[in-house]
Design a protein around this ligand. Structure first.
Ligand code: IPD
Ligand code: CA
Ligand code: CA
Length: 264
C-alpha cells in the first residue's frame, strides 16, 4: 500500500472534519423535508460551515497556500505555487432532498499542474485519494479505471442541465444523450460530479461526461481518474478546468465517446 504523503494526510483530515458536520446536518435535513419553509437555508448554512472547517484546517496546516473555494471564492496566498480547489459539498441537491449521495472534494494544484485530490463520500465513509505518481487509492485498495473498450458494453455517467439553463444548453444535452443512449449499456445521473469521477477511477462507471462544471467540481476527481490510468479531456479541446466540459474514461473509450459527442 502506498502511504499517503503529508499533503494528502492533511487534505484527508480536512475532508473528514467537514464530513462529520455534513453527516450530522444531513440527519437534520430529513426532518426538514416536511416543513413549509423547506431545508434551503439550512443546507446553505451546512455548506458554508463545511467550507469554513476545510479552510481553517488547510490554512493552519499549509499557511500561505492559496484557495479557490465555491463559497468564499479566490483567496490569494503568499505562496504562489500552491493552491487548493475546494467544493465543501458536491451533490447539494441530493443533500437537500435527503438522497444519501454527496461528497467533499479537495484538489491541489502545484505550479499550475493538478497534483493531488481527495474526494470523501460522506455517507459511505469512503475516502478516495490520488497524488501525481502515487496512483489512486480507496482506503488501502489501489484503483484502476475499467478495461471495457466497447461503447456497447459501457455504463456512462453524466450530468443534466436543469431549470434556469438556456434552451441551447438543454438542446445540446438532449442531442448528446440521443447520440449516446443507443450505443451504450446504460447512462446514469447520480448528482455529484466529484463522485462520478471517483466512480470512473474505481472502474464502476466506464466513462463520464458533463459540460459547464466548475473547477471545484472536478479538480480532485481529475487527479483520481488520471492516476487510475484513465484519461480526462476537455470535450472540445480547451482547458478543462476553465470550461468545465469534461470527458473521462479509459484511453480506448475516450475517443469513441468523444466522436459521438462531436457528431451532434
Ligand atoms: C453540482 C454537482 C452535479 C452537477 C452540477 C454541479 P453542487 O455541484 O456536481 O453533479 O451536475 O452541475 O453544480 O452544486 O452540488 O456543488
Ligand atoms: Ca459541486
Ligand atoms: Ca457545492
Amino acid at each position: 500500500m502506498s502511504r499517503p504523503s503529508p499533503l494528502i494526510t492533511v487534505m484527508i483530515k480536512a475532508a473528514r472534519a467537514a464530513g462529520r458536520g455534513l453527516a450530522r446536518d444531513f440527519g437534520e435535513v430529513e426532518n426538514l423535508q416536511v416543513s413549509k419553509k423547506g431545508p434551503g437555508d439550512f443546507v446553505t448554512n451546512a455548506d458554508h460551515r463545511a467550507e469554513e472547517v476545510i479552510y481553517a484546517e488547510l490554512s493552519k496546516a499549509r499557511p500561505g497556500y492559496g484557495f479557490i473555494m465555491e463559497e468564499r471564492g479566490v483567496v490569494e496566498g503568499t505562496d504562489k505555487t500552491n493552491r487548493f480547489i475546494v467544493d465543501p459539498l458536491d451533490g447539494t441537491l441530493n443533500f437537500m432532498h435527503g438522497i444519501p449521495h454527496f461528497a467533499v472534494s479537495i484538489g491541489h494544484v502545484r505550479e499550475g499542474v493538478l497534483n493531488a485530490g481527495v474526494v470523501y463520500d460522506v455517507i459511505r465513509g469512503d475516502i478516495y485519494w490520488a497524488e501525481r505518481g502515487q496512483g489512486t487509492w480507496l482506503e488501502n485498495r489501489r484503483l484502476r479505471v475499467a478495461s471495457r473498450i466497447k461503447l456497447s458494453q459501457a455504463v456512462l455517467a453524466t450530468g443534466t442541465p436543469f431549470i434556469g439553463h438556456s434552451p441551447e444548453r438543454h438542446k445540446k444535452f438532449s442531442d448528446e444523450m440521443a447520440a449516446l443512449t443507443p450505443e451504450t449499456t446504460g447512462i446514469r445521473r447520480f448528482g455529484s460530479a466529484a463522485l462520478d469521477l471517483a466512480f470512473v477511477a474505481a472502474g464502476r462507471f466506464d466513462g463520464f461526461w458533463e459540460r459547464h462544471l466548475k473547477s471545484w467540481d472536478i479538480a480532485a476527481g481529475i487527479v483520481l481518474v488520471r492516476e487510475a490510468g484513465g484519461v480526462v479531456e476537455e470535450i472540445d479541446g480547451g482547458d478543462v478546468l476553465e470550461t468545465g466540459n469534461v470527458l473521462a474514461a479509459n484511453p480506448s473509450l475516450t475517443p469513441k465517446i468523444r466522436s459521438k459527442l462531436k457528431s451532434v
